[in-house]
Design a protein around this ligand. Structure first.
Ligand code: K1U
Ligand code: ZN
Length: 190
């Protein structure tokens, strides 16, 4: 398994529309494994294929041990509205409140090629919506008000020089630091 470079805000791949996965091959299963490893290394709760430079319609999620590989996911039911804080592994250090459905039902295919449906609420529902947005080229900052988006963009202008070629390459030191920060404050962002 490998930790993949993460494409950051400004990379065209994050705005590209994805292509449905026609068949769940060994290559797709390897990509799913690598995406889980990358997501865990970055201390994220989700990761979508465009974030690792791929155009397939797939994402991985692990919220409090509820773990899903979502191949060709779609939201088939949604209800309610709730605001909550989001971050994005492709826009490090930037956070914002986004209104999302409180409950969703997602239909997808698993790594064995079998269709399934999952009902989600709270953070899991939010994470599913965030990841499915990535598959349509949409980012959480797109939902921010004009002023909040301007502040987020200004902060990002300062951050982005840390990511040559718009790539976030996690070094062993980064991974240790992110893990230590997470272990010190496990519930800080949730
Ligand atoms: O897709 C991604 O960029 C991953 C992203 C998923 C996500 C976070 C928060 C709400 C919805 C979806 C992250 O994992 S960002 C890091 C994180 O764990 C986090 C950040 C802010 C709030 C809660 C969690
Ligand atoms: Zn994201």
């Amino acid at each position: 398994m490998s930790i993949l470079p993460i494409h950051v805000l400004g990379a065209p791949v994050l705005r590209a529309v994805t292509t449905p996965v026609a068949e769940v091959t060994d290559e797709i299963r390897r990509l799913v494994d690598d995406m889980f490893e990358t997501m865990y290394a970055a201390q994220g709760i989700g990761l979508a294929a465009p974030q690792v430079g791929r155009s397939e319609r797939l994402a991985v999620v692990d919220v409090h041990g509820d773990r899903f590989a979502l191949i060709n996911p779609e939201i088939v039911e949604e209800e309610g509205k709730e605001r909550g804080e989001e971050g994005c592994l492709s826009i490090p250090e930037i956070y914002g409140d986004v209104e999302r459905a409180t409950r969703v039902v997602v239909k997808a295919t698993d790594v064995d090629g079998n269709p399934f449906e999952v009902e989600a609420t709270e953070l899991l529902a939010r994470c599913f919506q965030h990841e499915i947005d990535h598959l349509h080229g949409k980012l959480f900052i797109d939902y921010l008000s004009f002023l909040k988006k301007r502040a987020a963009n200004a902060k990002w202008e300062q951050q982005k020089s840390k990511f040559p070629n718009l790539l976030r390459i996690l070094t062993p030191d980064d991974i240790r630091r992110l893990k230590a920060e997470h272990d010190d404050h496990p519930d800080e962002r949730l």
